[in-house]
Design a protein around this ligand. Structure first.
Ligand code: GLA
Length: 427
């Protein structure tokens, strides 16, 4: 068995090691069960890519601000082989369904995905972006099985993990092999085109550039990044899935991106007389002083949106300082402040997320909690002392159901690395 990691040197499996993560094993078994062998001498390729937890920096990426996500040990895996023929076939273990589409460049770049299920739509969107690279190598049609343990619709970027896994799989089959950041950008475009949501770069960047033990501090304007060690001994990273499905397309996500653009236009206008030299191309350019000076000229709703983005960007900087100082208590305060801002100013929370954060905040040993990702459902991040995990789980099981009538799920996660590829001889 041969393995390779991304160019960060994140190599989690060594040659001959049997340690594939569970979803990779599941995808491999499902591939053999559903498709048998391709009848070629090509190796069976197995890839996996991580979902993410964003420590802080929410709804800042498309405002060209800063984010601080980690890739986690919840992955989406693909296992399969190239085939001869016009179509690509995908089997999803989650849906127990096979989907197929034509793999020639003309069909792939036809914008209408037809009635394809989302899992196939994301993979097809990635392949469509790859064929759009001038002079790029062609990815052959293939058959593959998909499995994963990133909660679907759970706010941990299962779709970004699938896109990054698909791009990694295509590269392993002889398609274009891009640098990690270029892969992230390509997958971001695939998500935008595939589901019509103007997502930022955070999720795909976290999945492509994750590093075990570190958070990714990413400047979403320049795309410069650095790694910040997550050194919080005795603290567990938990994601509480509220059980409220969040589909970005159906949410107010695009409304928020639009409102932020509106706010930039208003502020540019307001500043013109006093500061004619000033250029504001995104909310990232707005400071707390600007807000004090020009905020009153904005409509109330836009003022609240800007206040969130400006304060959240500042919290990212403070969170980095807290992490560097190993100050879990300060980091926790910043998480609660981020949640309040997302709930009150950005208005992307929901009763279930608020209930989960509130319940967690009353459990001894929880140092901080907040909604994570786009919001409108999905998951809340909770930082909790390891010895308090069982108490947190029990309290959530009881009080969350009593408050919302729903049952959620607490996932303990670990900081992981970028995408991985393993090749195996054909069976
Ligand atoms: C989703 C998007 C990201 C980011 C977050 C909010 O996860 O995919 O780009 O905008 O929401 O921070």
């Amino acid at each position: 068995m041969k393995t390779s990691g991304n160019s960060n040197g994140n190599i989690g499996v060594t040659s001959g090691s049997p340690c594939l993560p569970d979803p990779a094993r599941e995808a491999l078994a499902a591939y053999h069960a559903r498709f048998g062998v391709a009848g070629t001498s090509d190796p069976v390729t197995v890839v996996w890519a991580s979902g993410r937890i964003n420590l802080i920096g929410e709804h800042t990426d498309y405002n060209q601000g800063w984010v601080l996500p980690v890739a986690v040990d919840r992955v989406v895996a693909l296992a399969g082989q190239p085939i001869h023929g016009p179509k690509t076939f995908l089997y999803s273990t989650h849906h127990n369904e096979i989907a197929s589409f034509f793999s020639d460049p003309w069909s792939l770049t036809d914008r209408r995905p037809g009635r394809l299920r989302f899992f196939a739509r994301y993979v097809r969107a990635v392949l469509a972006q790859l064929v759009g690279i001038p002079g790029a190598a062609r990815t052959p049609p293939f058959r593959a099985a998909i499995a994963g343990n990133v909660p679907v619709g759970g706010g941990m970027s299962s779709s970004a993990a699938l896109e990054v896994a698909a791009a990694t799989f295509a590269a392993a089959l002889g398609g274009p092999a891009l640098e990690p950041m270029a892969t992230a950008q390509l997958c971001q475009r695939a998500e935008q085109a595939g589901v019509g949501v103007e997502v930022g770069i955070m999720d795909q960047a976290a999945s492509c550039l994750g590093r075990p033990g570190s958070a990714l501090l990413l400047d979403c304007r320049s795309l410069a990044y650095e790694y910040v060690p997550v050194n919080l001994p005795g603290i567990a990273l938990a994601a509480f899935d509220t059980g409220v499905p969040r589909t970005l397309g159906a949410s107010g996500y695009n409304d928020r991106t639009y409102e932020c653009g509106e706010a930039v236009a208003w502020l540019t206008d307001a500043m013109r007389a006093d500061e004619p030299e000033r250029t504001v191309s995104a909310l990232r350019d707005i400071t707390a002083d600007d807000l004090a000076r020009y905020g009153a000229t904005l409509p109330r709703t836009l003022l609240r949106r800007v206040r969130h983005v400006v304060s959240e960007n500042a919290r990212v900087g403070e969170a980095v300082a807290a992490l560097r100082a190993g100050d879990a208590a300060r980091l926790g305060e910043l998480l609660y402040a981020s949640h309040a801002s997302l709930r009150d100013d950005y208005e992307v929370s929901c009763p279930e997320l608020d209930a989960a954060v509130e319940i967690a905040s009353r459990v001894e040993g929880v140092v901080g909690a907040r909604l994570m990702g786009a919001g409108f459902g999905g998951s809340a991040l909770m930082l909790v002392r390891e010895e308090a995990v069982d108490a947190l789980r029990a309290r959530l099981a009881w009080e969350y159901r009593a408050a919302t009538g729903r049952s959620g799920a607490l996932h303990i996660c670990h900081v992981a690395g970028g995408p991985q590829t393993v090749t195996m001889p054909p069976a």
